[in-house]
Design a protein around this ligand. Structure first.
Ligand code: ZN
Length: 86
């Protein structure tokens, strides 16, 4: 995970083709999480590497602080995936 691509080339494979998509993102700090199911990001069409947008990351970080430090309510709660191994 990196937050910006510097010269329009994929940091990993050197690819130059990207597509903007909405991806799942989990911001984690000090054991706390904020799940963002529709995070905007650029995805490398060659290797699939995801590049998050700087402003989007800042927005998530601000929201995280508001929720955990200022007691603001999140938009909604989600639960973790469940596997029934019967
Ligand atoms: Zn790539």
């Amino acid at each position: 995970m990196t937050n910006a691509r510097e010269n329009e080339r994929c940091y990993y494979c050197g690819g130059q083709e990207f597509e903007e998509r909405r991806v799942k993102y989990i911001y984690t700090r000090e054991g706390k999480h904020l799940f963002v199911p529709d995070m905007p990001a650029d995805v490398c069409l060659t290797c699939g590497m995801v590049y998050y947008h700087g402003p989007a990351l800042l927005r998530v970080e601000e929201r995280f602080r508001a929720i955990y430090q200022s007691g603001e309510e999140p938009d909604r709660y989600t639960t973790m995936p469940v596997m029934d191994y019967a």
